[in-house]
Design a protein around this ligand. Structure first.
Ligand code: FES
Length: 210
């Protein structure tokens, strides 16, 4: 069999896969058209997934306050998350100052709550805690442990996450030395005029769940 000279080899290469250039062009053009077509399909799909105003309104929830006795809590599902409303007693409120040296962010500098709730009580009215009951470590649901000594000998009451042991006070502020990095999230909410209900409308946009 004849061997190709180096000159033959150079000149033969463009001819070897017949129509290779044309095929490559068609492949590229098809891929490009496919990508453009996909983009046109995806954009309306994503837009259609954006909740409109009525859906957002339906995502709000209202909790009746009168059935919640002092010291008790109610937890309701809200936007696929547990939302807790705690009726704190004066004794419970007094524990909040007592634990502050043990907390990671006692003054709530990290925006895990609306500005009007940036206080020791993390609420609009001290006796009512309205909070997303989700641990900021890996999104478990912490247990409500209001009784003194129930979690440890110096425990004054708060929340205990059983997943990896994170601890929070009765305002949902996280203790130092536990896996959870932030205080639990306080949503946007308001009370009804007669103060018998609380309406929770949305997550505070700067807050993070976990
Ligand atoms: S998820 Fe709560 S401590 Fe890990």
């Amino acid at each position: 069999m004849d061997r190709l000279s180096s000159r033959d080899a150079m000149t033969a290469q463009p001819l070897l896969p017949a129509n290779a250039g044309r095929r490559r062009f068609l492949t590229l053009a098809t891929a490009l058209l496919g990508a453009v077509g996909t983009a046109y399909v995806i954009v309306p799909l994503v837009e259609s997934l954006e909740p409109d105003a009525s859906v957002k309104a339906a995502a709000a929830t209202t909790v009746a306050l009168s059935p919640i006795e002092p010291g008790m809590q109610v937890t309701v599902p809200w936007q696929s998350k547990p939302l807790i409303v705690v009726h704190r007693t004066p004794e419970m409120l007094a524990t909040l100052q007592a634990v502050e040296t043990l907390l990671r962010d006692p003054n709530c500098e990290v925006p895990q709550q609306p500005p009007e709730c940036k206080n020791r009580f993390r609420s609009l009215k001290p006796q009512w805690l309205v909070m997303v009951r989700v641990c900021t470590h890996l999104c478990c649901t912490p247990l409500y442990e209001p009784r003194k000594g129930s979690v440890g000998p110096r425990w004054l009451g708060g929340f205990h996450c059983p997943c990896h042991g994170s601890l929070y006070d009765l305002s949902g502020r996280v203790f130092k030395g536990v896996p959870a990095p932030r205080n639990m999230a306080i949503p946007l909410y308001h009370f009804s005029e007669d103060e018998k209900q609380v309406a929770v409308t949305a997550m505070y946009p700067e807050s993070k769940l976990c």
